[in-house]
Design a protein. Structure first.
Length: 393
């Protein structure tokens, strides 16, 4: 599906649809007359094939207890092997309502209070919260920022692991918010560091299908699955196909000891071992029939990002926009134009935009904003116009 066809068929108005992104502005930002460019879901209809299968279920009219079909697992397993060369076995798959829920569960399963957990900042803020809100010790290793291009600081990373006896590393791959798709060599080095220090890696790969440059490499397959038993992979159809509301995510565990702990925790503590039928049906339909739709999404994201990048380079050349290798989240450093303590006043107060602010992702994000580009081209143009005009004043 080309970009024009995709936007004509799939762009949709979401105000007054109970949308967190659009109808939750007052609660999150204190006002509702903002152009919403924040939380990570799309302003696009899901694939028609998903709508069709859910309509068929609704028309049947019975929403009782349902079994999970083998075809659901088969669809995901086939997708991972064909798209990412990742061989996932059905017995390694477990359910969680969301990747964030799984991270919270795993923090409690694999560590005790005051144990240390490390993250690479700036990074998705629920990583921070999962550690702090469970009374674990948060260890931060900042990514190195080279003019907007981010990379690991391996020396700092290992030093902090050793000094703090770190138990878990929560990896974001592709990385939210800086847009990196990690190279095989980078992942190998991270895994080697974690292996020699007995650190378990929780790899959040929820954006793995949304790669615009390079190729996503699942963490677990590095060096022919050499590190698989120390890696727990989390992913979902939610970002790929805009299905976050279906509450259906995958936890992939190959380590038997960890699997036993996970099963015991989910069956006896949280009492959540499976989701609702709509989530399973939607995921299966998306993985088996959503390829053409996804191609349209990626073309639209590329066009939107290119417009944003070209506009900033032309009109505000001192703004640093990070290369968008993966995700649909643009990361822009505004500190050459706006002091950090004025950022929200300018972006929200003057430009009337709702965005994610860099400091939400850790101190390493100071001066930056994250903009969700999974929206119409008109919204991208309007957002850029507002920023350019206000700063040029």
């Amino acid at each position: 599906m080309n970009q024009k066809e995709f936007e004509e068929k799939c762009s949709i108005e979401r105000i007054n649809t109970n949308s967190v992104k659009w109808d939750g502005l007052k609660k999150k930002f204190g006002e509702d007359n903002l152009l919403s460019m924040w939380v990570a879901d799309m302003d696009f209809k899901v694939p028609q094939e998903v709508i069709n299968v859910l309509n068929k279920k609704i028309e049947h009219g019975v929403f009782g207890y349902a079994e999970i079909k083998d075809s659901y697992y088969d669809a995901f397993i086939k997708w991972e092997e064909e798209k990412h060369n990742y061989r996932v076995k059905k017995e390694s798959i477990r359910y969680s309502p969301g990747v964030v829920s799984a991270i919270y569960w795993l923090v409690n399963i694999l560590t005790k209070e005051n144990d240390s957990i490390i993250i690479s900042t700036p990074v998705y803020y629920p990583f921070h919260n999962a550690v702090k809100e469970n009374n674990r010790k948060l260890i931060i290793s900042d990514l190195k920022n080279n003019n907007g291009y981010y990379s690991f600081d391996f020396i700092d990373f290992e030093r902090k692991i050793v000094e703090n006896n770190v138990k878990i590393y929560i990896l974001c791959s592709p990385h939210n918010p800086v847009g990196r798709v990690w190279k095989e060599s980078e992942l190998r080095t991270i895994l080697e560091i974690c292996k020699r220090n007995n650190v378990i890696v929780i790899s959040d790969e929820i954006h793995h299908d949304l790669v615009l440059e390079g190729k996503h490499i699942p963490t677990a397959i590095i060096d022919n699955y050499k590190y698989e038993d120390m890696v727990i992979t989390l992913t979902a159809p939610s970002k790929t196909f805009n299905l976050a509301g279906c509450k259906n995510s995958f936890v992939i565990i190959t380590n038997n000891e960890i699997m036993e702990k996970f099963d015991k925790y989910t069956s006896t503590v949280v009492r959540v071992t499976n989701g609702n039928e709509f989530g399973y049906l939607a995921a299966e339909a998306a993985y088996t029939q959503g390829d053409r739709w996804l191609n349209g999404v990626k073309k639209t994201l590329k066009q939107n990002f290119d417009y944003m990048k070209e506009t900033l380079e032309r009109e505000l050349p001192l703004a640093k926009i990070s290369p968008l290798e993966g995700t649909y989240l643009a990361w822009i450093n505004m500190e050459n134009y706006i002091q950090n303590d004025e950022l929200e006043n300018i972006i929200q107060g003057k430009c009337k935009l709702a965005v994610d602010y860099g400091h939400w992702f850790g101190d390493a994000g100071q001066g930056c904003i994250r903009i969700n580009i999974a929206t119409s081209k008109d919204n991208i143009i309007e957002a850029m116009d507002r920023i350019v005009k206000e700063i040029k004043k």
